[in-house]
Write a protein that binds this ligand. Structure first.
Ligand SMILES: *Cc1c(COP(=O)(O)O)cnc(C)c1O
Length: 422
């Protein structure tokens, strides 16, 4: 256990000792207006661009230019099964088996596709349980599923609230909802790491609870993938989804990852929406065959995917492969603990960290609540070259990312925060 210190030399020494320090050079760091590197603490919203991503994309543009349609089979990385290059490294990051993972579509679209399979309401069991401050897109998606199946989206939607005066959700309260109404709940759908508070939920515990009451359980891991040790397979969850543009650094609007637990891999009875890419690869191009469903998560694909976007994902996954998720998490825990230490050392009563203090219950993000806030503190930080993220009503979200943020970044961020508060 490192004992932290408040002076700059401490941060510089930590950076020197950091075995992952060179990875920062593999990323473009946006510049502040004075020409210096910004303090980029926004990887929870849009991860930075690896410098070699343009090469990966250029390779595919070259193959397209020189080979045309033949690129599907003749390219260096044939497009026909390009998504397969991504499966194993992505499965490692989220703690899943390759058969459980596929990259396809975008996040909210995938949430709907998986609810088509895992939200099967009946007259007795039709409710959906989410956390009260779920990401708006997820809330809109589940509400629309309720309406789609003919249910009232207020009556059918159960919210796992934090208690009055608290920000973090408590498991006792989830247990109480399930023990009250578990038999009426068809789907428990929770954000694996809450986007607002940064609370990393115990996926295994929630899954077990849901399953004990006969519910399906899914997680939106947009803020977890590439950030925390998700262990999706071991969690036992029925499904999960995430995007690749936050901690996974694959570019704005890039594709989403999907996890479907192995226990569903060969279940052809499980209803779903299908397209030619969910059809058995061997006979897909005979075109006239009876539909033959592919096993595993791949069986949820619809379309042939956008290769240029997948090239950016391949580039990013190569960085993760060489850094190693275990090493990243180890650094991340130190970096965020140091961040917490420096904020607490400010001893300023107008700010408060609402993210869990227990490192096993959070990823890299700290959400800092600002008393009597308007956006001005956030704007001041921006003017000082700190790129963080403001969430109404009163929270600044800051994510020091172990791949490209340094201890010095954290130090400088808190120095500027101190200035802005005075
Ligand atoms: C970022 C995020 C989204 C965004 O959804 P898109 O479909 O990729 O636009 C949805 N849900 C959560 C929890 C997120 O963090």
């Amino acid at each position: 256990m490192t004992t932290f210190q408040t002076h700059l030399e401490f941060a510089l020494t930590q950076d020197k000792k950091d075995p992952l320090k060179d990875f920062r050079n593999q990323f473009f760091i946006p510049k502040h207006k004075d020409g210096s590197d910004s303090i980029y603490f926004c990887g929870n919203s849009l991860g930075l661009q690896p410098k070699h991503t343009s090469n990966y994309i250029q390779e595919e543009l070259n193959d397209w230019a020189s080979l045309g349609v033949e690129g599907h089979t003749q390219g260096e990385h044939p497009w026909l099964h390009y998504h397969e290059f991504l499966t194993e490294p992505m499965a490692k990051i989220v703690g899943a088996k390759p058969i459980e993972v596929v990259i396809m579509n975008t996040l909210t679209a995938n949430l709907h596709l998986l609810m088509a399979s895992f939200y099967k309401p009946s007259s007795k069991r039709y409710k959906i349980l989410i956390e009260a401050d779920a990401f708006p897109s997820d809330k809109y998606a589940v509400e629309s599923q309720l309406r789609h199946h003919g249910y009232d989206d207020k009556e059918g939607l159960l919210l796992w609230h934090s208690r009055e005066g608290e920000e973090l959700a408590r498991y006792e309260d989830l247990e109480a909802i399930l023990s009250d109404q578990g038999e009426e709940i068809a789907l428990v759908m929770i954000g694996g790491v809450n986007y607002y508070t940064g609370q990393f939920f115990d996926l295994k515990r929630i899954t077990k609870l849901g399953h004990d009451y006969g519910c399906m359980v899914g997680f939106d891991c947009a803020h977890g993938a590439g950030n925390v040790d998700l262990q999706l397979h071991a969690s036992g969850a029925d499904f999960a989804i995430w995007c690749s543009y936050k901690y996974l650094n694959s570019g704005p609007g890039s594709l989403s990852g999907v996890f479907v637990h192995e226990r569903h891999a060969y279940n052809k009875e499980l209803n779903r929406f299908t397209g030619w890419w969910s059809h058995n690869k061997q006979t897909r191009f005979k075109m006239r065959d009876e539909f033959d469903l592919m096993p595993g998560a791949e069986g949820w694909q619809l379309s042939n995917p956008p290769i240029l976007s997948m090239a950016a994902i391949r580039s990013s996954l190569d960085v993760f492969e060489s850094a190693g998720m275990t090493n990243l998490i180890e650094k991340s825990k130190k970096l965020t603990a140091y961040f917490q230490y420096l904020i607490e050392a400010l001893d300023n009563s107008s700010i408060r960290i609402i993210t869990p203090k227990d490192p096993t219950e959070r990823g890299c993000q700290l959400s800092i609540q600002v008393k009597n806030a308007d956006r001005s503190l956030h704007k001041q930080l921006m003017d000082m070259g700190v790129i963080s993220d403001w969430r109404e009503p009163d929270v600044i979200r800051c994510a020091p990312v172990p791949l490209y943020n340094s201890f010095e970044d954290v130090f400088q961020m808190v120095e500027r925060l101190k200035k802005a508060l005075n």
